[in-house]
Design a protein around this ligand. Structure first.
Ligand SMILES: *Cc1c(COP(=O)(O)O)cnc(C)c1O
Length: 430
């Protein structure tokens, strides 16, 4: 058996058993599951606000702009919680820009990132007057200049520089090695800054990086910061004066038994790199703010034996939470009802109902007895969970609930089959 209380403390401290039932804050997750009538995400908003505050506190005394990476979790309830704390937003598409603005984000706290922005997206960013556009290639620099000149404005930019360091994370979420698709080559950056400084439509404001996600050791961040700082100094000597030192996001969380760096240790690493220069530090954290604060709740449909394997079949599937199928990611799975002390735990594969063998959340997990209608929660599912959901297999998109103390509500309502059909049409010549 597994020490469930200790698992929660280590991975998802906003969640705990009260009277044998799993709660988020003071809200029983069963109440949310009853209303959703299917798989549903739940986010503990206080934990999200606290994680943001931890970042802010760790940089106290240093001018800092924390831009929450909206792609980690784009629920408007989550976003509004962070905006109320004073957060800026890191967006990676025109859609995210529109979402951030509609939630009330002020444009002068929005940074627009992304490896392939279209001219339309660049124009949208300029029209909104965002704080900064992080440019990722020479061609994009030229396009942005043209778009800005055509509008008679100057685009505030940073170059996202690829520092050529390994973030020590999974291949699929590593972004700072020379051959990864992100950013401009380190060796090209100085020349590109010189060109940007001369371009009529561009105003170099900062330098940026983002070396990857789920970073588990600040040594990688330190190495990347050092390279960025070297470049900063060279540019200053060349007469290109910058204001902002944007270190991206990527700080890891615990999913299983990792010991990710504290926010303070991460902050100290960054502060050490800029202690003697006059700059505003920019951060783009996503996972660390929302990951631990979210769970995916699922209902048990039943069990079967596949050969000699115990198989638990859930009503949640890879369309609701794709990380295990996509990255072989680990999520702890805990029952919503605390099992009896003498319950017999056995190893089980945990699967969803989709017609793909990759629709499997876990292999050989020790699980208590579960009957049809019992419920489980996937821990640390607040980041890159609901945002990656799809409607594969005719499964309406996963609803999302937000919790604060005893209050909860849907931030994305359960969808109906009508929602699946809406927006589709066939030409009448079929
Ligand atoms: C994804 C992303 C982030 C956030 O990464 P996390 O690992 O969620 O902190 C920040 N900046 C950029 C440019 C990104 O693409």
């Amino acid at each position: 058996m597994i020490d469930l209380e200790a698992t929660l403390v280590g991975i998802a401290p906003a969640f705990a058993y009260r009277d044998g039932r799993l709660h988020a804050d003071a809200t029983p997750l069963d109440a949310i599951a009853d209303a959703a009538n299917g798989p549903v995400y739940a986010y503990a908003l206080n934990a999200i606000a606290e994680a943001y505050q931890d970042f802010a506190d760790a940089f106290a005394g240093q001018p800092t702009r924390i831009c929450y990476a909206l792609k980690a979790n784009d629920s408007v309830g989550v976003l509004k919680t962070l905006l109320a704390k004073g957060a800026g937003v890191d967006v990676v598409s025109g859609g995210e820009l529109a979402l951030a603005l509609s939630a009330g984000a002020s444009a002068d706290k929005i940074v627009f990132s992304g490896v392939g922005k279209t001219n339309q997206e660049l124009a949208d960013a300029l029209d909104a007057a965002v704080m900064q556009i992080n440019v990722e290639s020479e061609a994009e620099l030229e396009r942005l200049n043209q778009v800005a000149v055509s509008k008679g404005v100057q685009a505030p930019i940073a170059l996202r520089v690829n520092p050529d360091v390994d973030a020590g994370t999974l291949d699929a979420i590593s972004t700072g090695r020379a051959t990864d698709k992100f950013g401009v080559n380190y060796g090209d950056a100085e020349r590109l800054y010189q060109e940007a400084a001369r371009a009529p439509g561009l105003k170099p404001m900062g330098i940026a990086m983002h070396i990857g996600s789920q970073i588990g050791d600040v040594a990688h961040s330190a190495a990347a910061c050092a390279k960025l700082r070297t470049l900063w100094d060279r540019l200053a000597a060349d007469g290109v004066t910058l204001r902002r030192f944007d270190v991206g996001g990527g700080l890891g969380i615990r999913y299983k038994d990792e010991t990710p760096p504290s926010i303070q240790a991460y902050a100290d690493t960054i502060r050490a790199a800029v202690v003697d220069i006059d700059c505003e530090v920019m951060l783009e954290p996503g996972r660390r703010i929302v990951g631990p604060a979210g769970v995916l709740i699922a209902n048990v449909i039943g069990e079967k034996m596949a050969g000699d394997h115990r198989v638990i079949i859930l009503d949640a599937a890879m369309n609701d939470l794709i990380r295990p199928a996509l990255y072989k990611a680990w999520h702890e799975v805990v029952p919503l009802r605390l099992p009896d002390a003498d319950a017999e735990w056995t190893a089980a594969d945990i699967v969803g109902p989709i017609c793909e063998s990759t629709d499997k959340f876990a292999d050989s997990r020790m699980m208590p007895p579960l009957a049809a209608g019992d419920r489980v929660a996937f821990l640390a599912a607040g980041a890159y969970g609901a945002v990656m959901a799809s409607e594969y297999n005719g499964r309406p998109r996963t609803p999302e609930a937000v919790v604060q103390g005893q209050n909860w509500d849907f931030a994305r309502k359960p969808r109906t089959y009508q929602d699946l059909i809406r927006g589709q049409s066939a030409p009448d010549w079929i």
